[in-house]
Design a protein around this ligand. Structure first.
Ligand SMILES: Nc1ncnc2c1ncn2[C@@H]1O[C@H](COP(=O)(O)OP(=O)(O)OP(=O)(O)O)[C@@H](O)[C@H]1O
Length: 337
């Protein structure tokens, strides 16, 4: 449904995205994940036909976004980071207006507007002026304008930013209810959003795609699916060096105690670390031996499953790991089997 091939874009001489390729199958929700400035918005805007690429192609339902931009806009719903709303219009009038400019025939507009209002739970607000709505309701109107013409493909850029926890759950549920009948790309830098909402994830860093797969496969292939949490006494920088040299260790990071699974209160002079093991290895015994031999106190050590956060950190912060991942077939689906 969405096919992206070798897409690149520069702003002046600054590259924003470089040689990005991925597909989204019909009915799927793809999470587009990356740190600030990674190139998510740039990619979304090119797909929605709002920005030309300098290289590569993108097709929505078979139509090239550049050559057939009108056909593409009729088949795509786009929610930018800031929803394009007319604050002085009522919800209903605004959605009628959007339906009209998206080419919905006059006879179908009432039905389509009502369907979008119901889907986004806006029945009580249909005659309210948009300016008077709360942020959460405005976001729903933003989603309603993206789906009012019933497009097969929907692109949502950071749809839950600025919402309170209850509104976030509502918007996530709404997005999930659209899957199956719609193909969705959801751009976010919020990791739980991806695990909770998406079938697949594409991770972008500094304009390059560094992995595409299911969250589960990414966790298994990149981290072996497991690691260890440690509570130690001693100099933390030195402990990290000792652990990095243990065979089978992939990644070592400091953890705030709040992020550990331990329920004990924090102790003075203790450091809390998470170690991610390499796929297929089980370095627990060597970790304990190396720490004790180097004179560290080892107060707690427990096995933990890797999280999507570990994958994300590994792909977007560790330069040397990033290079090895980019060159590795294992993280990209299709090549993994
Ligand atoms: N209009 C512009 N002119 C110049 N540079 C830009 C412009 N828009 C984006 N950039 C740069 O292109 C790169 C990618 O930006 P983009 O907004 O696509 O990233 P993003 O992943 O959406 O970031 P965020 O999560 O912060 O919104 C960044 O380095 C950004 O500074």
């Amino acid at each position: 449904m969405i096919e992206v091939e070798h897409l690149s874009k520069t702003y002046g001489s600054t590259p924003a995205i470089t040689d990005i390729s991925f597909n989204v199958e019909a009915g799927e929700i793809l999470g587009f994940l990356g740190p600030n400035g990674a190139g998510k918005t740039t990619t979304m805007r090119i797909l929605a036909g709002y920005l030309p690429a300098i290289n590569g192609t993108a097709r929505i339902a078979g139509f090239d976004v550049h050559e057939n931009s009108l056909a593409v806009r009729q088949r795509i719903g786009y929610l930018p980071e800031t929803p394009p709303l007319y604050p002085e219009m009522t919800v209903e009038a605004f959605l009628h207006f959007v339906a009209q400019i998206k080419g919905v025939p006059a006879g179908d507009r009432n039905h389509k507007v009502t369907a979008a209002i119901e889907r986004c739970n806006l029945q009580d607000k249909r005659r309210v002026i948009i300016r008077k709505l709360s942020k959460g309701y405005r976001q729903r109107v933003g989603i309603a304008q993206a789906i009012v013409h019933d497009p097969p493909a929907i692109i949502l850029d950071e749809p839950t930013v600025g919402l309170d926890p209850r509104q976030i759950i509502e918007v996530r549920n709404l997005i999930k209810s659209l899957a199956g009948t719609h193909t969705i790309i959801l751009s976010t830098h919020i990791l739980p959003e991806v695990s909770m909402t998406c079938n697949r994830v594409a991770i972008i860093n500094r304009g390059k795609l560094v992995a595409t797969n299911t969250p589960e496969n990414l966790m298994t292939q990149l981290t072996g699916g497991s690691g260890y949490e440690l509570e130690i006494a001693g100099e933390v920088g030195l402990a990290k060096q000792v652990l990095q040299n243990v065979s089978g260790v992939n990644l070592v990071e400091s953890m705030p105690i709040a992020a550990m699974s331990t329920h004990l209160p924090p102790q003075d002079n203790r450091a809390y670390l998470r170690v991610i093991s390499q796929p297929g290895s089980e370095p627990g015994q060597d970790i304990a031996t190396a720490l004790v031999r180097a004179g560290f106190g080892l107060y707690e050590m427990r096995r933990v499953s890797a999280t999507l956060e570990d994958v994300f950190l590994q792909l977007t912060t560790e330069e040397k790991n990033l290079d090895s991942v980019e060159n590795s077939a294992a993280v990209n689906e299709g090549e993994a089997a």
